[in-house]
Design a protein around this ligand. Structure first.
Ligand SMILES: Cc1ncc(COP(=O)(O)O)c(C=O)c1O
Length: 375
């Protein structure tokens, strides 16, 4: 059997006709960018998350950039960000001239470690970016408490977590501001790049809205209040997302069923396999990542059985060549560095056939029993 890590064909199969209609309708209209469909999407996201303000952007990276700019990040400003994450949570700080101050992560969850966070705060620190990855959420209770103590603003990178809930609130709504990415592989994946920023802070919402479109206020054209960007969303992307949103909860439900099957199958394999089985928040299963003692061997074994896996992430951010100038060295972020050696992502997507799920589980269990026998 061949089990792909992801299957875009299956993902968009159901929507083939509607995608044709959308491209035709938008392509033959006068409205291509930031028009009715974008407004509809922003309204849907406001309704879904309870946010007072929603600002659609061209992608999650541009959303992070706009938010950090709106928060005043620039030269002389430090931003605390996880050492283990996607590049955007650090590159956007650096691109604005700010300094990414990397924080180590919890060794099991891979999320920002609140104790290390507190120890890294400098007098120049203004913002902290807790990031939720995979299907796991950062400890927002501890992080927001520290942020309050040191007067930091909280940018919650919830790019992959639309629909997750903690402490009665949606992911993205637990700090000052959050965002969701709609890159095609994301839980609500679009037919191109896209993202939405959410906040209850009127001023942040207002400035983000202007920055996304060259600093204009949306009332008077060619009047620029800020030096902004072209980080606008296309109507085709928005129209498709509005359509897909109708079945978002059922897609999340299917992802959650798959994640729960993995959890049940792998919960007693410690120390060979460690999983996060936290039920204190409602998870969105974007990817299923576990920590495997013999990760490379497991990956090779699954590959031999026709099962594709991924490594999120093979290198910690501070040790990436791009951040050489910060002069970090091996061993500075011990937990994050361990994650790069042990974490492995198994196939998980809403359309994944049940036989594939069973086959993956069977083979992971077979691998662990073989390793045990050989030990
Ligand atoms: C945690 C996280 N933040 C930000 C982003 C950036 O989103 P985009 O790809 O839409 O720019 C990603 C994308 O994978 C991500 O995983």
């Amino acid at each position: 059997m061949r089990v792909p890590f992801f299957n875009y064909q299956a993902r968009f199969e159901e929507d083939k006709e509607i995608i044709k209609d959308i491209v035709y309708q938008v392509g033959t209209s006068n409205d291509f960018i930031l028009k009715e469909n974008v407004s509809k999407l922003e309204m849907k996201i406001r309704d879904y998350t309870g946010a007072k303000y929603a600002v659609a952007t061209s992608n999650g990276t541009s959303a992070l950039t706009i938010i950090l700019r709106a928060m005043g990040v620039g030269p002389g400003v430090d931003v605390l960000t996880p050492a283990f994450s996607f590049i955007s949570t650090a590159s956007t700080i650096a691109l604005l001239g700010g300094r990414p101050v990397f924080v180590d992560v919890n060794p099991l969850t891979g999320m920002m470690d609140p104790i290390d966070l507190e120890s890294k705060i400098t007098p120049q620190s203004r913002v902290v970016i807790p990031t939720h990855l995979f299907s796991v959420m950062a400890d927002m209770t501890a992080i927001t408490k520290i942020a309050k103590k040191y007067n930091l603003r909280v940018l919650e990178d919830s790019a992959v977590s639309l629909g997750a809930r903690m402490n009665g609130k949606m992911a993205g709504m637990l700090g000052d501001i959050g965002l969701y990415s709609f890159f095609p592989a994301k839980p609500l994946g679009g037919i191109g790049d896209g993202a939405v920023i959410v906040t209850n802070d009127e001023e942040l919402g207002r400035v983000c809205r202007m920055l996304r479109n060259h600093g204009q206020d949306g009332i008077t054209r060619f009047l620029h209040h800020h030096i902004g960007y072209n980080y606008r969303m296309d109507e085709t992307v928005a129209a498709y997302l509005v359509h897909k949103f109708k079945r978002y909860d059922s897609l999340l439900e299917r992802r959650s069923q798959i994640g729960s099957c993995y959890n049940a199958a792998f919960s007693n394999l410690n120390p060979q396999i460690q999983i996060v089985n936290d039920t204190t928040y409602t998870r969105v299963y974007y990817t299923y990542v576990l920590q495997a003692e013999h990760r490379n061997e497991l990956r090779q074994y699954l590959y031999g059985k026709g099962i594709e896996t991924q490594i999120y992430y093979p290198q910690v951010l501070p040790l990436q060549r791009a951040f050489n100038y910060l002069e970090h060295k091996k061993g500075d972020f011990p937990n994050a560095e361990l994650m790069t050696k042990h974490s492995i992502a198994l196939p998980l997507y809403a359309e994944m056939p049940h036989e594939h799920l069973e086959y993956v589980i069977k083979n992971v269990l077979h691998f662990t029993s073989r390793v045990k026998t050989n030990a």
